[in-house]
Design a binder for this molecule. Structure first.
Ligand code: ZN
Length: 367
């Protein structure tokens, strides 16, 4: 087991960075901000606030969150005793640490497959199960069978099932009154903070556009897909938590966009069916993929067109990438603004799912 962890970590380090999801740093912060916003909301039940306060550990306000975002360095191995942020990173730790043959039951698949859903696999025509820049291989909600035994899930990923499962486990834990860690019981005990953290993780992965496509590194925008830059890593962690550069300028540009999206953005999902909701989030996020691809081409000076890249790619310029403009949700915006919208949406999804679980466990009618 130990050997396996070291091997996995070795591989992860060799590849520079694992392509899991938003960075550990972001997963910690999304869970924390969701809890802080619920605590600040007069409509949140007082007992829920109390539980969230315990999960938070050290309380922070949004100004402290900004400082933390600007200056904190987390990396691949999380160092914290704050329960909620810790558990929100655990699913990615399991991707690294779990034996490759270990299966998450009842899904019968490795933890790695819990974090995404590659929507193209649900195109009826099997020849069209690949990403295309014009989004012509994007299925509709009705194309996804709510049946985990359908063979396509094994390749597409189990995110819609995993989100629903974590939500149900959270409801059960709250009903059973198992609200937080029992000292000395890790990892045997089940409790609401653990499942709230897991749920926060997967709900946040859901808004990363590249977690909705088989072309998860946007490599179809490059002449040589195998040697293409790791656009997935650029999208997720580079600006927030890089080994080599703090990107203070990009972080300072990003934060006001994120706060604005938190204040103004809406969760457009209406359904309460979490399987369907997860797919809707993936399909909406999917529409950001063309702008990510074009921006990646610009950042790496890749010649040709999105449909037909030509010539060699150069070194990737993260600043050019995040400042590139494209169209998303019917208007022009930079990749950075799109990231702000998607990550603020993640925070809102987390709040909504936690609150729904709390209400369901207490058989309380939502306001
Ligand atoms: Zn993940």
């Amino acid at each position: 087991m130990r050997l396996n962890i070291l091997t996995a970590v070795g591989i992860a380090l060799l590849c520079q960075v694992p392509a899991f999801a938003w960075s550990n740093k972001e997963h910690m912060q999304f869970a924390r901000i969701a809890a802080e916003r619920l605590i600040a909301d007069a409509k949140t039940p007082p007992a829920m606030k109390e539980w969230l306060r315990k999960g938070l550990g050290k309380p922070m306000d949004i100004a402290a969150e900004k400082q933390w975002f600007m200056n904190e360095r987390i990396g691949l191995f999380v160092r914290t005793t704050d329960p909620l942020p810790y558990w929100a990173t655990m699913p990615d730790m399991m991707v690294m640490g779990d034996n490759p043959s270990k299966k998450v039951e009842p899904w019968g698949a490795h933890e790695r497959l819990m974090h995404f859903v590659d929507v193209e696999f649900f195109m009826a025509d099997s020849a069209r199960r690949i990403y295309k820049h014009d989004l012509s291989n994007k299925p509709t909600v009705a194309d996804f069978p709510d049946n985990p035994k359908d063979y396509r899930w094994e390749r597409a990923g189990f995110l819609p099932f995993r989100v629903r499962e974590c939500y149900q486990k959270l409801v059960e834990s709250i009903k059973a009154g198992k609200m937080t860690d029992a000292p000395g019981q890790y990892p045997r005990d089940e409790h609401a903070i653990k499942w709230a953290g897991y749920l926060a993780h997967y709900a946040a992965d859901n808004t990363q556009p590249q977690h909705a496509t088989e072309d998860y590194k946007s490599s179809r925008y490059f002449t040589d897909g195998r040697k293409s830059p790791n656009v997935h890593a650029e999208m997720e962690y580079r600006m927030c938590d890089d080994d080599q550069d703090d990107y203070a300028d990009l972080r300072a540009e990003f934060w006001p966009l994120f706060e604005k999206a938190l204040a103004e953005g809406k969760d457009p999902v209406e359904t309460k069916d979490l399987f369907r909701a997860t797919i809707e989030v993936s399909l909406i996020s999917y529409d950001a993929l063309p702008m990510i691809g074009r921006a990646a081409m610009a950042a790496a000076k890749q010649g040709g067109t999105p449909e037909k890249p030509e010539g060699p790619a150069g070194e990737f310029d993260t600043r050019v990438f995040f400042r590139s403009k494209g169209t998303f949700q019917g208007r022009e915006m930079t990749v950075m603004e799109m990231k702000a919208i998607q990550t603020a949406w993640a925070v809102k999804r987390i709040e909504r799912l936690w609150l729904a679980a709390w209400d369901e466990a207490h058989a309380r009618k939502p306001d």
